[in-house]
Design a binder for this molecule. Structure first.
Ligand SMILES: Nc1ncnc2c1ncn2[C@@H]1O[C@H](COP(=O)(O)OP(=O)(O)OP(=O)(O)O)[C@@H](O)[C@H]1O
Length: 716
């Protein structure tokens, strides 16, 4: 049976052809000698390996046949209408690039069309072209990276970043990826290392390569950017049904693949800006760990239940056969939000729970599965006559002090609180203030004692303490998404879930996307990364224009990662699109009108309802927008805890939008209410600065949800 090696197709297929392509490839994969397939060589073709095959009366597939070790392989290049397919088949040639050992398709005789806008942006004589400005030269591109001469010429003369990006868009696979890296200012040798390029053996420096040589090149890590060996019919179906022939499910960047497959001798941290594929890596890695050891117990967790649902869907889409465990200690991949995970542990703890609660709080709770209402700190401040200033006697400071200092150190009483080191806390407290803060904490605990409840942070701390007292831990591998949002007691829990050792914890985070809680440092919770951290820098989701806009939201602010290091913002986008539209309006009524207008225009242009989203500041504004859209005759729906609806325009808060993506987004950041402004005003300057970081992050998260078009409606 021939092996199909699916290339990212050189052209896009519409739905009707896709079904036939699937049938054709299925038959080809089963038996390439079936007469109906008409697998035929082409007269006068540039490459004797080229074949065409009959998809239907009018469509033909263009492929390369490779025979090695008694096995036949077909590399699928693309599917075109008959005459075009024959013309393509005559001029393409598959060979091994002698510099980097990767497969390369050349078009003989006919030069590819010069992109018009790229031409128009060729450099002027006075300003050196971008790559020259960045210190690149022809030799680096050709001799170190192996870029073809013609691509190198165009890249070296492209005036600016947009011109290089545009050129990159005309080249799938390794060539396009290298061009993006060059435009971002990376050095040629660094790119070669990241892409794991290796010179081809000496014998391949000529033009004639054996089928086995070409097959070897197709197996190199960077070839996976463009080519996938299809294992079975199910995989073939998945690739074809994905529409764009796979993208993340099939064609991982060599760097992503390394993070998926590598073993680490302890906790590993993967950072990266929005849309750089962190979640994709986690999902692939979870499946890979499960495949390697079907008995392994793998936990894949994140901040909210909605995000966990998205992970579950993602894993099922990647591999419908993946074993998704029903409960925590089962083998397979157990996907859960972090607080639900804590609850599951508490539910299963039995009598051990009492000891663990006593260890954390110094006392027991009668209803540990009940959660303390989130309003409790506010009620305590309002009902307790405290002498503390507003900058301390407020919900933000107290809840954060409680989790970062009191729970993190398992403090039971005032004497311990007076002695503890409050590392990393911005607000200084003298002894008198500490005592007064403890009085509020004691009141908080007294009220919870009456309810018998635990708050979310306490629940995680108790679950962690319970697990730490057990000989057997419930997981072998723990994978964490949205690490920047997790609280200290979440980290205690994650540390306790799996025994310390190889591949115990794999953490994805982006400090620029922290929209909940205060920042923390992993080392304080027993998680030692020690050099095991890497960063993803290629954004697959957002166009360069939208990404640029999103980055300006972060300008001037300093973000610190989970290892207490300044986080950089440098990253790049793989796609181009229109500049974001910024509408400035002067009233709420005009804000609503603008949203309705933009959404209607997109729908009138034929966009599907669910590919367009509206992101609002809070639930109140969200609901107003849903009402306005509905009154205008647009089928819209407020999205809260449930999944985004089919066939309706989803309208959600910016918080809820975390982890989602849409083709087109209207972002309505709105203005803080007077109550919100007063609350911010009452904070200590360090807490206010942190609130400002979170507010910026929220807008950054929201702005990076748009794949193609972003409209921002601002009220002045
Ligand atoms: N190798 C790849 N090829 C093509 N598309 C990819 C690749 N990796 C990721 N993507 C796509 O990029 C988008 C962003 O990926 P993902 O959600 O994993 O990023 P993220 O870093 O977790 O983003 P965020 O932090 O904003 O949630 C998704 O649409 C995903 O399918």
């Amino acid at each position: 049976m021939p092996t199909i090696i699916m290339g990212k197709l050189a052209n896009r297929l519409d739905g009707s052809v896709r079904g036939k392509a699937m049938a054709f490839l299925q038959k080809l994969g089963a038996d390439d000698t079936v007469p109906g397939l008409h697998v035929e060589p082409i007269h006068n073709s540039a490459d004797p390996r080229v074949r065409t095959g009959r998809v239907d009366d009018s469509w033909r597939a263009v492929m390369f046949r490779l025979d090695s070790d008694d096995e036949t392989h077909y590399v699928i290049h693309g599917i075109w209408p008959h005459d075009e397919a024959i013309a393509v088949a005559q001029r393409v040639r598959l060979r091994v690039n002698p510099v980097n050992g990767l497969p390369q398709i050349d078009e003989i005789a006919v030069a590819p069309p010069e992109p018009a806008s790229e031409q128009s942006r060729q450099t002027s004589p006075t300003v050196p072209p971008l790559l020259e400005q960045l210190g690149h030269d022809r030799a680096g591109l050709v001799d170190v990276l192996g870029l073809p001469d013609e691509v190198t010429d165009r890249a070296m003369s492209a005036a600016d970043e947009d011109a290089v990006l545009e050129l990159a868009q005309h080249h799938e696979g390794w060539i396009g990826t290298i061009l993006l890296d060059l435009a971002a200012g990376d050095r040629a040798h660094d790119i070669a290392e990241r892409m794991q390029l290796q010179e081809a053996p000496e014998v391949l420096h000529g033009d004639s390569h054996s089928d086995a040589d070409v097959l070897d090149s197709l197996k190199r890590p960077a070839a996976a950017l463009q080519y996938a060996f299809i294992g079975d019919q199910d995989e073939l179906r998945r690739v074809i049904e994905a529409g764009d022939f796979g993208a993340w499910r099939v064609f991982l960047h060599p760097e992503q693949r390394r993070y998926v497959e590598r073993s680490y001798r302890g906790p590993f941290r993967l950072s990266g800006g929005a849309g750089t594929g962190k979640t994709v890596v986690l999902i692939h890695r979870a499946r890979e760990l499960a495949r390697r050891d079907p008995a392994a117990r793998i936990v894949l967790t994140t901040f909210t239940t909605n995000l966990a649902e998205a992970l579950r869907d993602g894993l099922a889409r990647l591999d419908p056969q993946a074993n998704q465990a029903k409960s925590l200690t089962d083998s397979g991949v157990y996907v859960s939000g972090i607080d639900a995970l804590a609850a599951a542990i508490l539910r299963g703890a039995g009598t051990g729970l009492k000891t663990a609660t006593r260890e954390v709080l110094g006392e027991e709770r009668s209803a540990p599965l009940v959660r303390t209402p989130g309003s409790r700190w506010r009620e305590i401040v309002e009902s307790t006559g405290t002498t503390l200033p507003h900058t301390i006697a407020n919900e933000t400071f107290l809840s954060s002090e409680y989790v970062h200092v009191v729970l993190a150190n398992k403090i039971h009483d005032e004497a311990e609180y007076l002695r503890v080191r409050r590392s990393g806390r911005g607000v200084a407290l003298d002894r008198g203030k500490r005592s007064a803060v403890w009085a509020l904490i004691a009141a908080y605990r007294a009220q919870s004692r009456i309810d018998g409840s635990l708050d979310f942070a306490e629940a995680a701390a108790v679950a962690a303490a319970y697990l730490s007292g057990q000989d057997e831990r419930p997981a072998d591998h723990v994978l964490v998404d949205e690490g920047q949002d997790l609280a200290p007691t979440h980290w205690q829990l994650l540390r306790a879930l799996a025994p310390e050792g190889t591949d115990d914890l794999f953490i994805a985070e982006d400090s620029h996307q922290r929209i909940y809680g205060s920042r923390t440092v992993l080392g304080r919770h027993g998680i030692a990364i020690v050099g095991r951290s890497q960063r993803l820098t290629l954004n697959y989701r957002t166009t360069a224009q939208n990404l640029h806009y999103a980055m300006t939201i972060l300008d001037g602010a300093e973000y610190v990662d989970l290892e207490d290091e300044l986080d950089s913002t440098g990253y790049r986008s793989a796609r181009l699109g229109p500049a974001p539209t910024i509408d400035v309006v002067d009233s709420l009524a005009n804000e609503i009108d603008a949203v309705v207008r933009h959404v209607s225009e997109w729908l009138d242009d034929g966009d599907d309802h669910e590919t367009v989203a509206v992101l609002a500041r809070d639930r109140y504004h969200r609901d107003r927008l849903v009402t306005a859209l509905t009154e205008h005759g647009t089928d819209a729906r407020a999205v809260d805890r449930e999944r985004s609806p089919r066939g309706r325009v989803p309208v959600m808060t910016m918080h809820r939008a975390k982890g989602t993506e849409f083709s087109k987004v209207v972002l309505v950041p709105g203005r803080p209410s007077s109550g919100e402004l007063a609350r911010l005003e009452s904070l200590d300057p360090s807490e206010r600065a942190d609130a400002d970081l979170r507010a910026r992050s929220l807008r950054y998260v929201a702005a990076t949800r748009a794949r193609d078009e972003l409209v921002v409606v601002h009220r002045n």
